[in-house]
Design a protein around this ligand. Structure first.
Ligand code: 5RP
Length: 229
């Protein structure tokens, strides 16, 4: 990406993040997503905490936990929570009906748990993430390693083309010790149906289709903030 486009995209990510943190109130348990857009929100929350805002948080990845703690945000054990007041996370693609593809950063499982626990699950994006139909971005599928080939074959039977995720020449391992298959289904006509088919495959821990979980998407386009809900 050209530098000016990158700067523009970062400015949009930051603007969406700053709009989202305005929804956070004193006393909230806040779910923190993972990725470059969410990082802007976590940094903004860190500033607010330094200014006296009282929140606790749950992190969707080791990286997010480390960043939040370094900014003075108290992190709770995700496994002990039965509700989260508000969560802020990014997305790789979203539609106006609030269906998402997530997991480009590999944190999809904990992100899905956080979104499922959240009363107000906010997604923040720049304008490049908005699509008419999901699927130009491949669907990440987190797989328990011993089920790898089985899941890969099931994805093929569903019409997908799987690819084991590799990062910096090494097999990508999630924070949960699992593998990711990035599955290309082409443009997806019925994301809810595909989501439920993937959920039924033994050995799939989670997949990146987020259907009916998101409360609102805050998108920044240029200087304009647009809220989809
Ligand atoms: C990580 C995610 C991220 O939210 C998604 O990949 C978007 O990342 P970024 O904000 O860096 O574009 O789902 O698992």
């Amino acid at each position: 990406m050209e530098k000016t486009n990158q700067n523009q995209q970062d400015a949009e990510k930051q603007a969406a993040a700053l709009a989202a943190v305005k929804y956070v109130k004193d006393g909230d348990v806040v779910g923190l997503g993972t990725g470059s857009t969410t990082t802007f929100a976590i940094r903004a929350l860190g500033d607010l905490v330094k200014g006296g805002l009282k929140i606790t948080a749950a992190a969707s990845s080791v990286a997010t936990e480390k960043l939040a703690k370094s900014l003075g945000i108290e992190i709770l054990d995700l496994g002990s929570l039965s509700k989260i007041d508000i969560s802020i996370d990014g997305a790789d693609e979203f539609t106006e009906s609030l269906d998402l593809i997530k997991g480009g950063g590999g944190a999809l499982f904990r992100e899905k748990i956080i979104a499922s626990l959240s009363k107000n699950a906010i997604v923040i994006t720049d304008a490049s993430k908005k699509v008419k139909k999901l699927g130009a971005f491949t669907v990440p599928v987190e797989v328990i390693p011993l089920a790898y080939q089985y899941v890969f074959d099931q994805i093929t039977l569903l019409g997908g083309q799987g690819k084991l995720r590799v990062k910096e020449n090494k097999t990508f391992i999630t924070d949960n010790g699992n593998l990711i298959i990035d599955a290309d289904f082409g443009l997806i006509d019925d994301p809810a149906k595909l989501s439920s088919s993937l959920n039924q495959i033994n050995g799939v821990l989670a997949h990146g289709l987020f259907i009916n979980i998101t409360s609102k998407v805050i998108m920044s386009e240029g200087m304009e903030i647009i809220v989809f809900e």
